[in-house]
Design a protein around this ligand. Structure first.
Ligand code: NAD
Length: 501
């Protein structure tokens, strides 16, 4: 990764990249049956990178058939777990060998700083792949406490054909959180990456095949949501649909399931993370630095972005001044420049959506104390919005209720810790929450009061692949990461053997 230190050298490497554009079905790259493609635009300068196969219902049909045949053949699903592990570890090793290329493809495609794609994303994906590879031969069944007359065996079996529909904000990582446990369990997988960022998924499919994952077991169908995504959701032979994306589309998948075969639907949807800073926070400098950097990480296009900064009244002014100081230092720029800390919004539509929220925030009475406009000058060709902070936000304002998915922070004042918890929970979302306090008893009590899937104390986004991740309320259902993810990719079978016969 240390090759990515010089902007000119990075640009040279990018110019030499091969950009995948075909779908990957049944072990090979193919065009969409219709021959249709879509323009894949880079948000850096708004230029077309390449044309990518636009898969439709007929391509979904072919992929599901291939996935089902592979599953039924047992070539992967009935392979001895330790053999599956070897193949998956080879997949992880190939991923590791190609991490620089994958980081560059990711940055080029969706605009995150190369320092982050190379310094964070690829490492998190590798950890996920290695961890689930190791799980292949370490997940045991259970024997029920059924007494001397019977033997009750509880086993986990692969569920069959898994379809994964994923977003553009962490294209590789969100995909791998699903693909790795699904494959480790022995399923066949069809991945539909977001249309804004198809490149890394296609390259990863090639690496999986090179590692020895059999044809039909891992397929990647680039295409649009209302065509390819919908066809997967409605397909009668997809057993499980796993999704990360907006709540709006998550709700559609629940409908698709009801209209088709009652496939299992697991959703990781949005968030509006409260970041609570109490008067007794012992290190305001660290808390302010974390509040600003976590908010503007990945351009704020993060489902757990701490977009509601809830500060107790006693430290409010001092704390906000500190956050402002840090936010002003964040370097906005071309995502391929290794010095950049905040890159481009994924596309024009997302940029316009975020600018619309900024306008609405002002109209509803919040006060902009930083940013608030699209970047101009040398960045005017691409889709850039510098760090934006609103003060005087109340929790009923649109900018405090809806997920903006951009670099926009709202400061909300709480009268005391109870008020802070009330504001934090007053949201349709419940993905995560963060709390800064030096009182451990109070921290425990507040952890219990917060309606969120993850709670971080005196840090932000703590945890790793060993910790489950997912949401309460309209943030979704089920959990990615950890052994709990296997609930999505397996059926439990109960076998009762009468020993008295
Ligand atoms: P999105 O819901 O628009 O798209 C997600 C995926 O759904 C894409 O692959 C898209 O093609 C597909 N899709 C869109 N319309 C569809 C339809 N009608 N039928 C079937 N599929 C359809 O979300 P996005 O804009 O790509 O991503 C941003 C959202 O993802 C945010 O709301 C964010 O919070 C959420 N997200 C959640 C998590 C999490 O773990 N909870 C992680 C990352 C992102």
């Amino acid at each position: 990764m240390n090759t990515l230190v010089d902007f000119a050298a990075v640009q040279q490497r990018v110019a030499a990249l091969k950009l995948p554009g075909q779908a990957f079905i049944n072990g090979r790259f193919v065009d969409a049956l219709s021959g249709e493609t879509f323009a894949n635009v880079s948000p850096r300068k708004g230029q077309v990178l390449n044309y990518v196969a636009s898969c439709q219902a007929e391509d979904v049909e072919v992929a599901v058939k291939a996935a089902r045949q592979a599953f039924d053949s047992g070539v992967w699903s009935r392979l001895a777990p330790k053999e599956r592990k070897k193949v998956m570890l080879r997949f992880a090793a190939l991923f590791e060998q190609n991490m620089t290329e994958l980081a560059l493809l990711e940055t080029l495609d969706m605009g995150k700083p190369v320092a982050e794609s190379a310094g964070f994303d690829v490492h998190a994906v590798l950890e996920c792949l290695q961890w689930y590879a190791e799980c292949c031969d370490k997940v045991y069944g259970e024997i029920a406490p059924s007494g001397p007359g019977a033997l009750g065996m509880i086993t986990r079996e692969a569920i069959g054909v898994v379809a994964a529909v994923t977003p553009w904000n962490f294209p590789m990582l969100m995909a791998m959180w699903k693909v790795a446990p699904a494959l480790a369990m022995g399923n066949s997988v069809i991945l539909k990456p977001a249309e804004q960022s198809p490149l890394t998924a296609l390259r990863i499919a090639e690496l999986a095949a090179q590692a020895g994952i059999p044809a039909g077991v891992f397929n990647v169908l680039p295409g649009f949501g209302p065509t390819a995504g919908r066809a997967l959701g409605l397909h009668m032979d997809v057993d499980t649909l796993v999704f990360t994306g907006s709540g709006e589309v998550g709700k559609l998948f629940l409908q698709y399931s009801g209209q088709s075969n009652m496939k299992r639907v697991w959703l990781e949807c949005g968030g509006k993370t409260p970041n609570i800073i109490l008067n007794d926070c012992h290190d305001l400098g660290k808390a302010a630095n974390t509040a600003a950097r976590s908010m503007f990480f990945n351009q704020g296009e993060v489902c757990v972005a701490p977009s509601r900064l809830i500060v107790e009244a006693g430290i409010r002014d001092e704390f906000v001044a500190e956050v402002l100081k840090v936010a002003r230092t964040i370097a906005v720029g071309d995502p391929l420049d290794p010095a950049t800390q905040l890159g481009a919004m994924v596309d024009r539509a997302q940029m316009d959506r975020v600018l619309g929220y900024i306008k609405q925030g002002s109209e509803e009475g919040a006060r902009i104390i930083l940013g608030g406009e699209r970047a101009s000058g040398p960045l005017a060709d691409g889709f850039y919005i510098p760090p934006t902070i609103f003060d005087n936000v109340t929790n009923d304002m649109t900018i405090a209720r809806e997920e903006i998915f951009g670099p926009v922070l709202s400061v909300i004042t709480a009268s005391d810790h109870l008020d802070a918890v009330r504001i934090a929970n007053d949201s349709p979302y419940g993905l995560a929450a963060s709390l800064w306090t030096s009182d451990l008893s109070q921290a425990h009590a507040i952890i219990r009061s917060l309606r969120a899937g993850s709670v971080w104390v005196n840090c932000f986004d703590g945890g790793d692949i060993t910790m489950p991740f997912g949401g309460y309320k309209q943030s979704g259902n089920g959990r990615d990461r950890s052994l709990h993810a296997f609930d999505k990719y397996s059926e439990l079978k109960s076998a009762w053997i009468d020993l008295q016969a």
